[in-house]
Write a protein that binds this ligand. Structure first.
Ligand code: NOJ
Length: 577
């Protein structure tokens, strides 16, 4: 076993807090969160005990996909604030000894980006090559897109452009054309415009959007699953093209490696350990760590036609995924892992994995915190997760769900029903939204029990506020409540730092793989400390066998732990061995 603490980079012992700008804090009463709002809450973030802040895109954007459609990489969008505000946040984080990470969205731009505006003007425009243009194909005299590929959120992945009479490729929305990474000059322009500019300003790294999408596969049709229509769901059509690894090595060499920066690469797709190491092993020279999706998609994503279709998750599967992911930061590899339960693309973890009823919400939130913060690797906490925020109420109508992924999912299902394609019902579809839609994470942060959860002083907010703020789920009340989820996160973050040798850098070993109710594992440090973690994911009491040599119970997520060997419903415990 190697001692992983030696020469460990700063980000290996850091916890990252993610901010979704439009829903974090509104400083000017327009109902949209903004940069001065973020600045005003840096002390709060610091008080949690985290080490770094990641801010989702705040750049200029027509906002078709909440800022993941960027029209100017070097300008904050006016609805969020000015460049002075950005500078103040960078400085504010550094003054508080926190690192600052921005979002890097370079698989695509907005269709309003000047590169695309030029590109679509004519076939001989110098920017034509910045995007992926192809002529139409004609079937029985009818114009069709060049391939039958479906975009990630539904609809064709190709959009016809009248001016030059060609199609362009978009893996996501029509308004998010894909950049052409095949061209070396385009890649250099991306590095200069989107990456080096910010690293030169002193930020500490990037979270990198869909980084496995840059290299495209050959443009050939995917197999036909829905014979009634031309466009076909393709699964991983956009992932892992033949030049991906080459592009990533080049990007790392020309940009990140010149700074002491961290890269959190979003990497959809299931991978083997060997393949993962090609991306996040130190010797692979690509990324610091990857945001993988195996656990995040455990309760959806398996349906062949509808990505958002919900299914109950299986704890044994969650354990298998956890074990596999932990190997990455284990003593036998040069890799590193990133752990998370929530982000702006995932519904609230208590509602998905535990029990969000008033009786069980608090203990569920604390036990999930215990899962996240006892795993090796770098954890990310998403805004509101530290409060135990839950999904929006079931009573909310479909019109309160604003995310294009949600409404395109409902639209496709209605279309399929109309055209007689074998589908699921509208009720089943809406039930899925109630559990796994991205909207649940995007509602305003809950700061207090005052009007609009203390998020905005205006009259209305860009997205409806979750009324749960009135039930004690807010910062002001949780700071005062000794047993709140918030105070538990703070204690656990301090505990994790104190025991970083075993929790972060130690060896992870799961047991009881077949147990359907509990997750149990050991964390063993290089020089001797062993901790034992037992988490109950069920609503019943669970008996556990305490390992030989157990000396003391160090922490529990329950206020009353009466019997040493019996976990309360949803309880988590950490023992010293
Ligand atoms: C992943 C981002 O996290 C998500 O919010 C976005 O919709 C897509 N990439 C497209 O940029």
């Amino acid at each position: 076993m190697t001692d992983r603490r030696i020469n460990a980079k700063w980000w290996k012992s850091s916890t990252i807090y993610q901010i979704y700008p439009s829903s974090f804090m509104d400083s000017n009463g327009d109902g949209i969160g903004d940069l001065p709002g973020i600045l005003s809450k840096l002390d709060y973030i610091k008080s949690l005990g985290v080490d770094a802040v990641w801010i989702s895109p705040f750049y200029q954007s027509p906002n078709k996909d909440q800022g993941y459609d960027i029209s100017d990489y070097q300008m904050p969008d006016p609805r969020y604030g000015s460049m002075e505000d950005v500078d103040a946040i960078i400085k504010g984080c550094h003054d508080r000894n926190m690192k600052i990470i921005f979002d890097l969205v370079i698989n695509h731009t907005s269709d309003q980006h000047r590169w695309f505006q030029e590109s679509r003007k004519s076939k001989d425009n110098p920017y034509r090559k910045y995007y992926i243009w192809r002529p139409a194909r004609y079937i029985n005299g009818e114009r069709r897109p060049p391939t039958n590929w479906q975009a990630t959120f539904g609809g064709s992945a190709w959009e016809w452009d009248e001016t030059t009479e060609e199609y362009y490729l978009h893996a996501f929305l029509i308004e998010q054309p894909d950049l052409n990474w095949e061209d070396a000059e385009v890649r250099q322009a991306i590095y200069k415009e989107a990456i080096l500019f910010w690293l030169d300003k002193g930020i500490d790294g990037f979270r990198i959007d869909v980084s496995s999408f840059y290299s495209k596969h050959e443009f050939v049709d995917v197999p036909i699953k829905k014979p009634e229509q031309y466009v076909q769901p393709g699964g991983d059509t956009f992932m892992d093209g033949p030049r991906l690894k080459e592009f990533l090595v080049e990007m790392q060499r020309e940009t990140f490696s010149k700074y002491d920066s961290v890269t959190l690469a979003e990497m959809p797709g299931t991978r083997t350990l060997e393949d993962k190491l090609e991306f996040v092993g130190e010797s692979s020279k690509r990324f610091s760590m990857a945001i993988s999706f195996d656990l995040a998609s455990i309760d959806h994503g398996g349906h062949e036609n509808y990505f958002l279709m919900w299914k109950p998750y299986d704890l044994k599967e969650a354990k298998r995924i956890t074990e596999a992911e932990q190997l990455l930061s284990g003593p036998k590899t040069d890799g590193w892992t990133l752990t998370y339960l929530e982000n702006h693309d995932q519904a609230r973890c208590i509602s998905r994995f535990m029990n969000d009823s008033p009786e069980h919400r608090v203990i569920s939130g604390k036990t999930l915190a215990m899962y996240l913060l006892t795993l090796s690797g770098t954890p990310i906490i998403y805004q509101g997760q530290e409060l135990g925020m839950i999904n929006v109420p079931k009573e909310w109508p479909e019109s309160d769900y604003l995310d294009p992924q949600s409404w395109m999912f409902m639209r496709d299902i209605r279309d399929d029903i109309k055209h007689g394609v074998k589908s699921i019902t509208e009720q089943e579809a809406f039930k899925s939204l109630q559990i796994v839609a991205r909207d649940h994470a995007r509602v305003p942060m809950q700061w207090s029990n005052e009007k609009l959860a203390g998020f905005s002083s205006g009259d209305k907010t860009w997205m409806r506020v979750n009324d749960s703020y009135k039930e004690g789920i807010n910062v002001a009340e949780e700071e005062k409540e000794k047993n709140s989820v918030l105070n538990f996160y703070k204690s656990l973050l301090a505990f994790q730092k104190e025991h970083s040798d075993s929790l972060i850098f130690g060896e992870h070993r799961g047991i009881e793989a077949e147990n359907e109710h509990t997750m149990q594992f050991f964390k063993k440090s290089f020089d001797g400390e062993t901790l034992f973690v037992a988490l109950n994911f069920s609503g019943d009491k669970q008996k556990i066998s305490l390992p030989d040599g157990t000396t003391e119970l160090l922490m529990s997520s329950s206020i009353s732990t009466d019997d040493e060997g019996v976990l309360q419903p949803y309880e988590g415990r950490i023992y010293r061995i």
